[in-house]
Ligand binder design. Structure first.
Ligand code: LHQ
Length: 259
């Protein structure tokens, strides 16, 4: 069975984690599958949005805990982060296209933080988020210690990380960790609708919106205003901007080509 299912339709690259018997826990094969999908997303112009989800009842249970030799004299967990997780998160953030995540079930450990690394996160009402690391004596990784305080504030981030308590999708929405939580039966349809809508959008503009939003965490106002000027200067020469204004003046729907 392929550990990651990938398909392209209507400009949306669907990436489905596919190890349902292990709640889609990360192992090297699954990482390789995601990395290959990211390479496609980075290089294929026909791909204008990504949609990430999990097969079966879970989204992703984090690192596969059954695949490591716990009897080894020394253990280097940093190696796995350097090889897999850190490049993945950096590629996701740098990708100038939107990544929608549909969290269909439990998202634990690196699985929770992989979801938070996506740009817009929807979750099924029955889904949940667990910073499971502390339960096995580890610390949050896959960007969790960066995303959580920024999304939910230091206090909530700290308590989630220190307790490893389960956060419901509804609370995740209330706390601003995710965009919205929807009824389980609606998740697939809602996520697909959003991904298709974004895939029909002004792709270059969406890519720069992503850059602007993520840069703001590290910029002061002056630097951010300078960045906005630079991005607007760049996007003002896009075909989609001309199309957007023409469509407005002609009172019709724009047909963005992503250029
Ligand atoms: C799993 C896993 C799993 C393998 C469920 N592995 N089989 C760490 C180390 C190194 C480098 C870099 O980064 C990291 C980052 C991390 O992600 S550390 C955190 C790792 N993840 C966890 O600690 C979560 C472990 N899983 C759980 O706590 C539970 O499974 C949750 C709360 C996610 C779901 O609970 P349930 O809904 O009750 O399901 P379950 O526990 O019965 O799991 C179903 C099956 O999936 C079961 O297999 P089995 O053969 O018994 O049916 C689990 O063993 C398997 N599974 N997580 N991470």
């Amino acid at each position: 069975m392929e550990p990651v299912l990938v398909s392209l339709d209507a400009g949306v690259l669907r990436i489905t984690l596919n190890r349902p018997e292990k709640l889609n826990a990360f192992n090297p094969a699954l990482h390789q599958g995601i990395a290959a999908a990211m390479t496609r997303a980075e290089t294929e112009g026909a791909i204008r949005c990504l949609l990430v989800s999990g097969a079966g009842r879970g989204f992703c249970a984090g690192q596969d805990l059954t695949e490591r030799d716990m009897k080894a004299a020394t253990i280097d967990l940093g190696g796995g982060l350097e090889t897999w997780y850190n490049p993945l998160v950096k590629r996701m953030r740098a990708l100038p296209k939107p990544i929608v995540c549909a969290v269909n079930g439990v998202a634990a450990g690196a699985g929770a933080n992989f979801a938070l690394a996506c740009d817009i996160v929807l979750a099924a009402r029955s889904a949940s988020f667990i910073q499971a690391f502390v339960k096995i004596g580890l610390v949050p990784d896959c960007g969790g210690s960066y995303f959580l305080p920024r999304l939910a504030g230091t206090q909530r981030a700290m308590a989630l990380a220190m307790t490893g308590d389960r956060l419901s999708a509804e609370d995740a929405e209330r706390w601003g960790l995710i965009w919205k939580c929807v009824d389980d039966a609606q998740l697939g349809k809602e996520a697909e609708k959003l991904a298709r809508r974004l895939a029909r959008g002004p792709t270059r503009s969406l890519g720069l919106i992503k850059q602007a939003m993520y840069s703001s965490a590290n910029n002061d106002l002056s630097a951010q205003l300078d960045l906005e000027r630079n991005l607007q200067r760049e996007i003002g020469n896009s075909e989609d901007y001309r199309e957007g204004v023409a469509a407005f003046l002609e009172k019709r729907k724009p047909e963005f080509k992503g250029q």
